[in-house]
Design a protein around this ligand. Structure first.
Ligand SMILES: C[S@@+](CC[C@H](N)C(=O)[O-])C[C@H]1O[C@@H](n2cnc3c(N)ncnc32)[C@H](O)[C@@H]1O
Length: 227
């Protein structure tokens, strides 16, 4: 186990971006935050063995679709780490993007969309696994598994005010995130950083200009360990 106060601020740099340096750095920074006495932060790799003295009552993971080689293994580890009656919940969007209308033939976002999934599969951490969470929870032994699915536009091309606002948040998030999700991932398909950066910039411009109408389903999936 690694204490959060020693490692939270460690990063390594690659292609002009910084990545967290968990497992690769040395202790150097001090971290302090006011938390309740029964709250403790630890930095661990969820794919490693889960060695905790106490069982958990609730295990939550959000936006982890790019994180695990095999999420079903992490779900099984979570099952073992929960107390009887404890809950697991995963929240993620379903990648890749789908489109309300077919994107233009030369769409950079459509190309980015397809290549990103291909590259993530080649890299051993497929981005398109969230559709399997409910099945994997049932297979791990969870009961009362429920999948709650919300349709979210990636852009402001819808009339409904609430969906429009959600679409604005989603597209803003993607416009800020695409660059960081691209260079390392597409290198697995032999793309050079400068080629990836151009594709990412073109995809972001299409989102900004509303040239494409993408959407995702956002999933919340939860289940209970039998008592
Ligand atoms: C996209 S961020 C989501 C952060 C936060 N859950 C949220 O929803 O705002 C993905 C997070 O997963 C963490 N992560 C990636 N691989 C992991 C692993 N193998 N074990 C545990 N955490 C991991 C990253 O450090 C990062 O904090």
């Amino acid at each position: 186990m690694t204490s959060a106060n020693s490692t939270l601020y460690q990063h390594v740099e690659e292609n002009g971006r910084t990545y967290h340096a968990y497992k690769s750095g040395s202790d150097s920074h001090f971290f302090s935050i006011a938390v309740p006495p029964n709250c403790r932060f630890v930095v661990e790799d969820a794919e490693d063995d889960w060695e905790h003295d106490d069982k958990f009552s609730y295990i939550h993971a959000r936006a982890v679709l790019s994180c695990f080689a095999d999420p079903s293994v992490v779900i099984r580890k979570a099952f073992n780490a929960l107390e009887p009656g404890g809950y697991i919940e995963f929240q993620d969007h379903m990648a890749p993007f789908e489109f309300v209308e077919p994107p233009p033939e030369d769409s950079a976002l459509a190309q980015w969309n397809q290549l990103s999934i291909e590259a993530s599969i080649k890299g051993g951490r497929p981005w398109n696994n969230s559709k399997n969470y409910a099945r994997w929870m049932r297979e791990a032994g969870f009961v009362d598994v429920e999948e709650h699915k919300v349709w979210v536009p990636c852009g402001t091309f819808v009339e409904d005010p609430k969906l429009r606002k959600m679409g604005l948040y989603h597209v803003t998030n993607m416009m800020q995130g695409i660059d960081g999700m691209t260079t390392r991932n597409l290198s697995r398909l032999g793309w050079k950083p400068e080629e990836s950066k151009v594709l990412a910039a073109r995809a972001i411009a299409e989102l900004r200009e509303g040239r494409v109408k993408p959407f995702n389903f956002i999933l919340a999936v939860w289940g209970r360990k039998p008592s």
